[in-house]
Design a protein around this ligand. Structure first.
Ligand code: SF4
Length: 450
């Protein structure tokens, strides 16, 4: 799709803060919509309640036993945005190189502005590696990301998640007990999972998306599998098909389906595995023919995007360039001009030399920040309803100020530690991903596995 030439007049400045947009909606100053008026409150309001809290995942079922956050001291709940800003800056200055603050792309602007690094989960875990002397890594993201940083950091380093209730509803959809049970059932169907056939392939290679718990990464590492990101999913599937007859992909069905489809895997050979049904809800013939078994997981942020939104964007903005994340449903990815990871989206916008209109299908905090950073372009979120990720939203500047000031006082709070028996195989799965290279002829590995 070619870029559209739009007015070269300077655009009005875009406020990068989604919090401000929500406050404007709640005060009546903006006519836009938000998915939940509770988003105007501090997340400590929800820490004692069950569920994921307001935002995109509020309809999802949170597993029992999910980490809860203790009460945030009153002084942080009462502080204004400016007071918290000043306290965070002062605490960071006092800590100096002893701390590294990492901010995920989907974090609110009021948190991201204090981050030493901003990126996706894997970029941030790698950023932690560049600071082996930092005593503490404060990860402003969600639980699985802090676990990954703990896997890759030195044992003496503390990885801190400012709010323990910042999980990820998609990662929670693949529970380790359910995955172990799935594997046992697949063994009944395929026999010995370590046995290779005449072509040197095992029956199933497990592949997990980075957005999964350390326990799932450990499972994958123990069973000859590998981790993938949304940037390298195709390369990782090629790796897996060079070793196995089929792939068990979790937790995100959409990333698995969208990636395998581009590799030519027919949809009928991608059955869904519903962990609440015997054999995932598939019959023996379907499982025998399967090439990619898709776990029944999804991201509630990316599931909000629809083909209707794309049609509307095209009708209202002729020439608009539509880019969506591959966690979106297949029909949305198919209807978009392009799909790619958060980093792909960011780079695509940076690379546009002509003023362009972009409709973006990913989390609203990133979209709003990109719009503010690139005033020469018109950039908007495909979803007109302001509905951030429920769990990313749990990280508020109040929590960041609290964990940093506790560090200044010599106390580590909210440390995330992965036990060694999980960490060792999980690192193996991550190392396989780092070593996986795109094959010279991309189609060959898949064809060999047919
Ligand atoms: S955006 Fe989706 S995958 Fe990312 S943390 Fe939120 S729920 Fe999880």
């Amino acid at each position: 799709m070619s870029a559209v030439n739009i007015s070269l007049q300077p655009r009005p400045a875009v406020d990068a803060s989604v919090d401000h947009a929500i406050q404007a909606i709640l005060s009546g100053a903006s006519t836009a919509e938000t998915c939940n008026t509770d988003l105007g409150a501090g997340p400590w309001t929800f820490d004692s309640r069950p569920g994921y809290g307001p935002g995109s995942s509020m309809g999802d079922v949170i597993p029992t036993g999910s980490p809860r956050q203790g009460e945030l001291p009153q002084e942080y709940r009462d502080a204004t945005e400016a007071e918290l800003e000043a306290r965070i800056i002062a605490a960071k200055a006092a800590l100096g190189d002893r701390v590294v603050v990492l901010g995920h792309f989907y974090q609110r602007e009021e948190v991201v502005r204090h981050a030493d690094y901003v990126g996706d989960s894997f970029q941030l875990a790698n950023a932690a590696l560049e600071h082996p002397d930092a005593e503490a890594i404060v990860f402003c993201g969600v639980h699985f990301m802090a676990e990954t940083a703990d896997l890759l950091s030195r044992p003496e380093q503390s990885v801190i998640l400012p709010n323990l209730a910042a999980g990820c509803s998609m990662a929670d959809m693949a529970d380790i007990d359910q995955v172990e049970e799935c594997w046992e059932q697949l063994e009944e169907v395929y026999g010995d999972m370590d046995a290779v056939d005449a072509e040197g392939l095992v029956p199933v290679v497990p592949v997990t998306y980075m957005n999964s718990s350390a326990a799932i990464k450990g499972f994958v590492g123990r069973h000859g599998g590998i981790v993938c990101t949304s940037s390298n999913a195709r390369t990782v599937l090629e790796w897996a098909f060079a070793r196995g007859r089929r792939v068990l992909f979790f937790p995100d069905q959409h990333l698995g389906r969208n990636t395998a489809k581009t590799m030519g895997v027919p949809l009928e050979q991608m059955p869904m595995w519903n962990p609440r049904k015997p054999f995932g809800g598939s019959d023996a013939t379907t499982l025998a023919d399967a090439r990619v078994i898709l776990w029944h997981g999804f991201c509630s942020v990316h599931r909000r995007f629809t083909v209707d939104q794309i049609d509307k964007a095209r009708a209202e903005h002729p020439g608009v360039r539509v880019i969506v994340h591959p966690e979106c449903p297949m029909e949305v990815v198919d209807a978009a001009d392009e799909s790619g990871s958060t980093d792909y989206i960011r780079k695509a916008i940076e690379a546009a030399t002509e003023p362009t209109t972009f409709a973006i299908g990913t989390e609203v905090n990133l979209v709003q920040r990109l719009a503010a950073q690139h005033p020469q372009h018109e950039i908007f979120c495909l979803d007109p309803v302001v509905c951030p990720c429920s769990t990313m939203y749990r990280i508020h500047p109040g929590y960041l100020a609290w964990v940093l000031e506790r560090l200044v006082a010599g106390e580590v709070v909210n440390r995330i530690t992965v036990p060694a028996d999980v960490a060792d195989p999980a690192r193996v799965a991550l190392e396989r991903m780092l070593a996986a290279k795109p094959p010279a002829a991309p189609a060959a590995a898949w064809e060999n596995a047919s």
